[in-house]
Ligand binder design. Structure first.
Ligand SMILES: Cc1cc2nc3c(=O)[nH]c(=O)nc-3n(C[C@H](O)[C@H](O)[C@H](O)COP(=O)(O)OP(=O)(O)OC[C@H]3O[C@@H](n4cnc5c(N)ncnc54)[C@H](O)[C@@H]3O)c2cc1C
Length: 396
């Protein structure tokens, strides 16, 4: 597929049915994609992927499991590539953005279609089958993919944030306000900038600490990729609020574009709905319409929800952050500090000889063994201290 420059949509999110039940326990097994038949020349898959971005205009679909798989549901551990016109595939899609809608300043030109993809006994030859029944690898595949996806989500949403920062600044200017003079407007803009650049910084850091894989690919740092995606998932709603705060109510109250050329009202509207004298009213109205499209329209809701759930819901990020964060290394750092006496520990290295206690006994010899906070007994060496003082992620 790479050689032929084919585009793949990611078919990961299964329909899932009753979320409290595992795959094999669903009344309808087709709410998850699974292997229905194994043949000498390939496999037959069936089931439903509920949300696939770009499905109607990609060449093929990359099918992957959407959660960890156990031995009991090994038939659901399937990853493969399949062309979209393979017999048995049905897509039920919604349009990409809002083509032809004049009020949709941005989304009339830029948007993504999503589709429900139904696999009704689709044959896949062995060659593009990457995972089949090896359920132990399902979790690794899912989380590795998610790390890449969340990393790219950060860049996408930072670009969206740039649009809001710039549109907000233009609206403030057209309204005749100066953030240097009006503190509450400046504060709102600073909050917006801090949010956007905050999660973008996590993306840059995830790139900086990325690890080269033997295959030649590069994997972003999982902790920073997850934190960045978690931040944007929650803060997208604040981004919308701040854009609304600095812009005012016209964002949703401006008459539609059909009024723009009405000979009876156009001039009158331009005369009263403008702001600063030296900025054309038309510019203010266009910016207002852009902010509506990005934040207060159907498309605005779409941006909220893709930020919140796209690639996985926040709970998935929280689990990954907890799983990947080097708590043991951190606790070791504190354990070593305690050893040195910084927290009044046994070594008491800052005390003078003979002054270690009220009775004036000699200081004990340096400890050779202590129990790290994580629980395992370990031997203390100079090298250990040096290692503990080293940042957990070195430069690439
Ligand atoms: C615009 C858009 C584009 C997308 N594009 C793609 C794509 O191209 N490819 C793709 O594969 N997916 C895509 N997704 C899907 C996305 O990955 C999912 O929306 C996400 O993983 C959440 O799954 P869900 O929508 O089924 O929600 P649910 O899984 O139903 O989650 C809803 C809530 O219930 C909670 N929950 C769910 N199950 C449990 C449980 N067992 N126990 C406790 N709590 C639970 C969740 O934490 C969450 O808070 C897209 C989503 C959106 C919105």
């Amino acid at each position: 597929m790479l050689d032929a420059d084919l585009t793949l949509g990611v078919a990961m999110t299964d329909a899932k049915g009753d979320r409290s039940k595992r795959r094999g326990a669903q009344d309808n097994p087709d709410v998850y994609v699974h292997v229905a038949q194994r043949r000498p020349d390939g496999i037959v898959i069936r089931g439903t992927k509920a949300i696939v971005t770009g499905a109607p205009y990609v060449h093929g679909l990359l099918v992957m499991p959407c959660r960890t798989v156990t031995a009991d549901d090994a038939d659901f551990a399937v990853a493969c590539a399949v062309l979209v016109d393979a017999p048995g595939i049905t897509m039920v899609a919604r349009p990409a953005g809002h083509p032809g809608e004049r009020a949709a300043t941005f989304s009339s030109r830029y948007g993504q279609s999503t589709a429900v993809v139904i696999f009704d006994d689709v044959f896949v030859p062995w060659e593009p089958v990457f995972l089949e029944a090896e359920y132990e690898l399902g979790g690794t595949l899912t989380t590795t993919y998610a790390t890449h996806h969340w990393h790219s989500c950060i860049g996408a949403r930072a670009g969206f944030g740039d649009l809001l920062i710039c549109a907000g600044a233009l609206m403030i200017e057209a309204n005749g306000l100066d953030p240097n003079v009006h503190g509450h407007i400046r504060e709102a803009m600073v909050e917006l900038i801090t949010i956007v650049e905050g999660f973008y910084a996590c993306g840059v850091t995830a790139s900086t600490y990325a690890a080269a894989e033997p295959s030649g690919t590069v994997t972003p740092d999982a902790v920073f990729a997850n934190i960045g995606k978690l931040l944007l998932a929650n803060q997208i709603y604040d981004m919308h609020r701040l854009a609304h705060y600095v812009s005012g109510g016209l964002v949703v109250a401006l008459p539609g574009p059909e009024e723009d050329h009405d000979p009876v009202t156009t001039a009158a509207l331009a005369a009263v709905l403008g702001g600063r004298d030296d900025i054309p009213a038309r510019q203010r109205l266009e910016v207002s319409r852009l902010i509506e499209d990005l934040t207060a329209s159907y498309q605005g809701g779409w941006y909220s929800i893709i930020s919140l759930h796209g690639g996985g819901s926040p709970e998935a990020m929280k689990r990954e952050i907890w799983r990947q964060y080097p708590i043991a290394e951190k606790t070791e750092l504190v354990a070593n500090l305690i050893d040195r006496g910084a927290a009044g520990g046994r070594q008491r290295s800052t005390r003078q000889p003979g002054k270690c206690c009220a009775t004036g006994c000699q200081p004990p010899p340096p400890p050779t063994e202590h129990r790290a906070l994580s629980g395992a007994p370990r031997t203390t060496t100079t090298t250990d201290h040096a290692a503990a003082a080293t940042p957990r992620r070195g430069p690439p």
